[in-house]
Design a protein around this ligand. Sequence first.
Ligand code: ATP
Length: 249
Amino acid sequence: MSHLRIQSLGKRYGGVVALDGVSLDIAGPGIYGLIGPNGAGKTTLFDCLAGTTEPDQGQVWLQGQEVTGWPAHRMAGLGVARTFQECRILPEETCLDNVLFAAQPQGLARNLVQIFSRSRGHRVAAVDEAMRLLQLVRLQGYAHAPATELSFGQRRLLEMVSTFMAKPDLLLLDEPASGVNPSLLQVLGDFVKTMMAERPCVMLLVEHNMAFVMDMAQDIIVMHQGQVLERGSPAQVQASAKVVEAYLG
Ligand code: ATP
């Protein structure tokens, strides 16, 4: 049984064909790069998988269960998590609270009452885990500071920690490297690899930073004009004449 299976997915916006019969089979956990030129349909595919957009045609199965057209809250309940091109954190809250919010059921930020109504043991364990993950991205010194004190790249790291704190089953990352300087990008990449080893999930990684995605992903899926143009290892995809012509060239 495939972890994620997508069959002939289609989505139109008026006369624009955003997805034109996308089929994908993702056998099991790992990092899958999703690349392609602007307008290729990558974000629309994420929208359909996250439940924020309903496809016009086709089907999606997650762990063997058909989930086509399920709304976002039901997809979140199955462990589908997502980050966005623009970093989404709770800027006024402390870094630690940002991470603890993300650990709430279904990854939905609610309020502190939920955390503090749990058993003390559970709360201590959650705080310990949040601090461990913050340390992995060198943000432990900011744990009790509001997230507004972080640089843009550090906010991305905080968002990534929060995302993994929710223990996703299917993780959709939309351009996590965008706007992150090289040294923080190294921290981010190392953190993602550590988390993927600790708690494997299917990660789809949309990224225009080719060096980053080629280093991170085991498998690259190339989209073009709403279709899957190519799929293969980073080396295979970079050597593909049609990929070079449509995108990498
Ligand atoms: P980028 O790399 O620039 O983010 P993308 O590969 O994510 O591009 P999409 O954002 O999925 O591409 O867009 C695919 C096509 O669908 C584009 O032509 C886009 O203009 C169109 N599109 C996407 N969302 C909408 C919308 N809500 N309304 C109208 N057209 C849309």
